[in-house]
Design a binder for this molecule. Sequence first.
Ligand SMILES: C[S@@+](CC[C@H](N)C(=O)[O-])C[C@H]1O[C@@H](n2cnc3c(N)ncnc32)[C@H](O)[C@@H]1O
Length: 268
Amino acid sequence: MKLKEWVESAKKQIDTLDCELIAIKTLGFSDRIDIIMHWEDEYDFSEADKLLEKRKNGLPFAYISGEKEFFGRKFKVNQNVLIPRPETEQMIISALGIIDAEKYQEVSIVDVGTGSGCIAVTLKLELLNAGVKSDISGVDYSVPALDTAQENADDLGAYVKFFRSDLLLSITELPDIITANLPYVDMKWDWTSPELKYEPAMALYADDGGLKLIKKLIDEIVEKSDNKKKRFLLLEADTSQHDAIIEYAKVRKFELISHDGFIIGFKY
Ligand SMILES: C[S@@+](CC[C@H](N)C(=O)[O-])C[C@H]1O[C@@H](n2cnc3c(N)ncnc32)[C@H](O)[C@@H]1O
């Protein structure tokens, strides 16, 4: 079949950009120019048809391409990890804001629920660029997610320690900053995207209206804290959950310091 025939037919079933990207990926092209150059050429589209079918059934494009951009860098993704979301980029801006305001020359950070490692790796590289020394760890309960995070750190040249931990269970000493984009989707929400069914349930859903793990993390911090040093906690959650989280944390003596988009910042 000619490339133009395949693209014309695929365009009727999925987004034009997605079908061009499928063609680029499966025909070994480097970019869209190749599509124009080879518009009249004949190819075998069996691999492209398989991906077209998957995309039609809702498989997110990032899982087809195997990558997603986060804060200007490409991260490898697969179905063991959540696809990094644009709203999570605010976590980086908030963390860098704290580091700047506190004039840290050296900072320790633990990213809880690290998934693809996008937060931990980005912070490591941004701090390196800013000339700030950092000791950064990323923890997750999922071993395949940790493998992906390590791969991303290696590809992007970031030295981050990744290890398995159920929330803070394997953390002996609290760091200066904890970043946590934990699962917060309530199974009962009826407005979530159908694409979510392709992402790991362990990365998305939590009981107690989606707040179970966030509340547990706050409780674990309270248990581990020696109150000898000012420390920070940055959490991501849906905006509809923010009031409940702020209330829960305030009762436990956390002070709200920032509230931007999906990200809430506390000092303790
Ligand atoms: C919403 S995803 C966030 C992934 C990544 N940090 C990001 O922002 O794209 C939540 C992550 O938390 C992990 N997770 C779930 N329960 C956990 C637990 N009890 N302890 C540690 N990590 C957990 C999941 O495996 C998943 O990778």
